[in-house]
Design a protein around this ligand. Sequence first.
Ligand code: HEM
Length: 196
Amino acid sequence: MTFYLVTQHSFSDPQPQEQAIMIDALRELLGPWYLYIKFVHVTFVMVWVFSTAHAYAYYVVPVFKAWRRNPEDEDVIELRDWVMERFDQGVIMEHVAYPIILITGPLLFIAGGWNSSSDWLMLKLAIVVLITLPIEILDYHLSHFGGAKANIRATGDKEAYEAGIHLHWYFLLYSSPVIMPAALLIVFLAITKFSF
Ligand code: HEM
């Protein structure tokens, strides 16, 4: 049997029957850990949903509003830049939590024997993939990679820095009203197991 598997199929391209065997084995392995995996999943969901709420509502929004009212005020600009760079750091918690959710979710899916007949799960997955994933990818870029304000400041390019701040501000302005209800809807679906 092993000889057959090795000679007939590459491991990177498993056949449906082999896939079913692999998933069954994984389910047996993970089954006893279901509630522990769920604990990790839900804990990091809480971190993902709420870790930036306070900073966003009480630091980022007020300082940006102050800057919009006084666009030339050097003190306000300095405060805005400081808050934004701290926010880039603070959002690390959210961005560590997100991949952990994306790993533990499918583990629960396999361990619990869930399938596409669960409406709540399919809708939840659609929202995760179509709404949260693209927004988070952009957010990773703006906060930690090319768009990270500290990185741009280090280049000494003041225009690029200002453009980076503007871009991130518009990103927050347009993504927040989308991602906040989407996240709550995902949690609602997961908890109520709504069917329609
Ligand atoms: C932003 C992403 C996600 C959020 C906010 C989220 C939220 C939650 C919450 C709050 C629960 C707990 C439900 C309860 O205790 O009743 C849960 C459970 C679960 N999630 Fe996720 N989840 C996410 C991503 C995923 C992904 C990608 C999958 C992949 C299939 C997934 C699959 C599951 C499964 C199977 C359960 C177990 C339901 C149960 O045993 O009650 N989740 N999720």
